[in-house]
Design a protein around this ligand. Structure first.
Ligand code: C2O
Ligand code: CU
Ligand code: CU
Length: 431
């Protein structure tokens, strides 16, 4: 803590190598580690700051994905750190408990920097969530799972050359969880909470267990949903998170997998995103006695509360080619300005046979509809990243609060990171 009462985290970004598979070590990048970065944890109301050093030979940045914060602290392409440089962002955490994450966002190189190993989980806590008695002992019954696909060559290296792979990026055929190959977890409690992050650059995942067991879905990108629901599959596109609670019996074994996805994308594009792939993600092995002192209550958090009757401004976003509304990202062009505290309705449509999702900086949004219908249950909470099913418009309510800055923009983009790097991104300011 500094003398102004700010809790300061120190992070160093560097290149290194990691023993991921037997044989040769893999050249990786990491944050205070040879691969990935520490889980950062902060509480609503806390003033936090970071002292970040870029020890790479390349320009990079650190963006706080899902965080409500001033644009100048956002860590997008306007806050890059040159090699050897430092950056000191700071803000007061003011949003509900949630599983956020952080990753680089340098102009044109985000996919490569994330693929090489730069990413970490950022957990926000609050008193309301602490009072719930959910599984919350970190590493015991509350686990972050950063799930990423990787393609290894015969020397155990991953090809992170730029441009990466196909126009969609590199599709891996092996899975790492928290940077670990073939992971397993020894379960010691009846209920286990998994904070799932799709940290891949391209691959969507459709999570489920090998015995098709049900689990409870409790949180979206932006935090706990109003009422948990039971399901046995949850699809997350790159950048999305979900929290689920899984029940185990003593001596139980189960494998968390990603299953083929039922989405309406055809031909080469379906292959480029691995829509038919099946992967084992993590094995869970329960001990013969399980502690049982947590529960999932029937009500978790207030529902998102934006009101469509308050909408003042409507905007449309059409995704096609490598463009949003026919334009590619230009660092010098601000696409629009939003007014502080206005409610806006954004209609976002994927207008061609390709895979996209949509992410907005600074804000958590509320989903109004998918193709004119009620949104699916796993979208009925605060979201910052959302799949755009082909030809099915998604309507979102957004309100930007607290931080106006006419000069420094926030980003909106496709979170298929190669698409983002290729220009499927735009910028707005809050006025
Ligand atoms: Cu997760 Cu603009 O990014
Ligand atoms: Cu973001
Ligand atoms: Cu895309």
């Amino acid at each position: 803590t500094d003398n102004g009462g700010t809790r300061v985290f120190t992070l160093g970004i560097s290149a290194g190598e990691t023993q991921i598979k037997p044989g040769k070590k893999t050249q990786t990048w990491g944050i205070d580690s040879s691969i990935l970065g520490p889980t950062i944890r902060a509480r609503r109301g806390e003033q936090i700051g970071f002292l970040i050093h870029n020890g790479l030979d390349e320009t990079t940045s650190i963006h706080w994905h899902g965080m409500h914060l001033p644009a100048v602290m956002d860590g997008g392409p306007h806050q890059e750190m040159h090699p050897g440089a430092e950056w000191y962002p700071q803000w007061t955490v003011d949003q509900p408990a949630a599983s956020l994450w952080y990753h680089p966002h340098p102009h044109g190189h985000t996919a490569e920097h994330v693929y090489r190993g730069l990413a970490g989980m950022f957990i926000i806590d609050d008193d309301e969530t602490d009072a719930l008695n959910l599984p919350s002992e970190y590493g015991v019954d509350d686990l972050p799972l950063i799930v990423q696909d990787k393609a290894f060559d015969e020397d155990n290296q991953w090809d992170a050359s730029s441009p990466m792979g196909t126009p969609s990026g590199i599709l891996g055929d092996e899975i790492l969880v928290n940077g670990t190959h073939s992971p397993y977890f020894d379960v010691t409690t009846r209920l286990v909470r998994l904070r799932l992050l799709n940290g891949s650059t391209t691959h969507p995942f459709n999570f489920g267990f090998d015995d098709d067991r049900d689990f409870q879905f409790i949180a979206t990108d932006g935090g706990l949903i109003n009422e948990p629901f039971t399901t046995n599959r949850i699809m997350l596109t790159p950048g999305e998170r979900a929290e689920i609670v899984v029940a185990f019996e003593p001596g139980d074994e189960a494998i968390l997998r990603s299953y083929p996805m039922d989405i309406s994308i055809r031909g080469n594009e379906a292959r480029a995103f691995g829509i038919d792939d099946q992967f084992d993600i993590c094995q869970f092995r329960a001990t013969s006695e399980l502690a049982d002192d947590t529960e999932v209550p029937s009500t978790l958090a207030p529902e998102p509360n934006l009101d469509i009757d308050d909408v003042i401004t409507r905007r449309n976003f059409q995704f096609s080619g490598t463009h949003i509304n026919g334009k590619r990202m230009d660092m010098e062009r601000i696409d629009f300005g939003v007014r502080l505290d206005n409610t806006e309705l954004w209609t976002v449509e994927n207008e061609h046979n390709n895979f996209h999702n949509f992410h907005v900086h600074d804000v958590q949004f509320q989903v109004v509809s998918l193709d004119g219908n009620d949104p699916p249950a796993h979208w009925k909470g605060w979201k910052d990243t959302i799949h755009l099913p082909n030809f099915e418009p998604v309507e979102l309510l957004l309100r930007f609060t607290d931080y106006a800055d006419p000069n420094i923009p926030y980003m909106f983009h496709c979170h298929v990171l190669r698409h983002e790097d290729d220009g499927m991104m735009g910028q707005f300011v809050v006025l």
